[in-house]
Design a protein around this ligand. Structure first.
Ligand SMILES: *Cc1c(COP(=O)(O)O)cnc(C)c1O
Length: 316
């Protein structure tokens, strides 16, 4: 399984206010990794899929919401590598499937819908055991299957190891590395992968009221035994725009103007909010002069579909 990492570009972002504040801003274009397995999801999946193959599992089981970038990427990756996959989807089955779920089905991922209440128990071993019994009874899988359970968002120890590869793609010197955060697996990987202890990591939470996020990241990086001194890191909780997948007109406006100026598409759920927040912080002199910042474009563009359809995003 080979990552197409040689082809990942890094773009210098030029803006008058950056020049005025003597800030250099570069964007690592992980959204260019692959049309379908884009952004951070490739790195989160890489070692998990390798383990699946090496240890002769027969079915991959994972979890996500109806618009999940993780479901989208996992369906495509499993399809390419001939891995039978089941997506456990949060909420009742809708009358008409959205694009994310339609594409997952087209890639032979089997979908199984569970109520929001049940879905909350997705990490409990007992719940997973019962779920597997149901899947056997409904002929999704058989008694003989060896099932690889990948948690929601794909964030586990192997995902952290995969995401630790991301900083190695950046060859220039920088002071700050910025990334959008959902479950925290990617950010945990960056903490693990950054080698220069003077580098600071700044994450932007896409969730509202994620007061456990710091703790779960500490938990995640403990699992991978980070023995070297870790770089300092911090999470900004001010730019979730009302919560996960919530939007505001100024966010669409920002993404549209960013596209006009740089011809780079951002996604609404993660990278748009991160870049909006980063621009605000720079304008408010959060960073000292002559700071070099690298921000990571983690992909997620498939999730823009609904907003493009409604005309909120304009790529022209
Ligand atoms: C999934 C995702 C994230 C968040 O990754 P986590 O490891 O869950 O924190 C960030 N950006 C994009 C575009 C994503 O799809």
């Amino acid at each position: 399984m080979i990552l197409p990492i040689n082809s990942i570009p890094i773009s210098e972002i030029k803006e008058p206010f950056l020049k005025k504040n003597s800030i250099s801003l570069q964007l690592l274009r992980l959204e260019q990794t692959d049309q379908f397995i884009s952004g951070n999801k490739w790195f989160k999946l890489l070692y998990n899929l390798e383990k699946f193959k090496k240890e002769h599992y027969t079915v991959l089981l994972t979890f996500g919401g109806a618009y999940s970038n993780h479901i989208h990427a996992t369906a495509e990756a499993c399809h390419r590598f001939n891995i039978p996959a089941i997506g456990i989807i949060r909420g009742e089955k809708p009358e008409k499937l959205n694009q994310t779920l339609t594409q997952a089905l087209e890639r032979n991922m089997q979908l199984y819908f569970v109520s929001r209440n049940d879905y909350r128990q997705k990490q409990h071993p007992e719940f997973i055991k019962q779920l597997i019994t149901k899947l056997i009874n409904k002929n999704y899988i058989t008694q003989q299957d060896k099932i690889y359970v990948l948690p929601e968002g794909g964030s586990n120890e192997l995902a952290i190891k995969g995401c630790a590869l991301i900083p190695k793609l950046i060859t220039s010197q920088y002071h700050y590395l910025c990334c959008a955060i959902g479950s925290g697996g990617t950010f945990g990987g960056l903490i693990h992968g950054v080698e220069d202890n003077n580098t600071k990591l700044l994450g932007f939470s896409a969730l509202k009221g994620a007061d456990q996020l710091e703790n779960s990241i500490i938990q995640l990086i403990k699992e991978v035994n980070v023995t070297n001194t870790t770089p300092s890191w911090q999470i900004n909780h001010d730019y979730h725009f009302g919560g996960f997948a919530k939007t505001k007109p100024e966010l669409f406006h920002f993404i549209n103007v960013f596209y006009q100026n740089h011809k780079i598409k951002l996604d609404v759920i993660y990278t748009g909010k991160m870049m909006y927040g980063l621009y605000q912080l720079i304008k408010n002199d959060y960073f000292p002069k002559n700071t070099n910042i690298v921000a990571i474009h983690t992909g997620g563009l498939q999730g823009n579909h609904e907003f493009e359809k409604k005309g909120f995003l304009k790529w022209q």
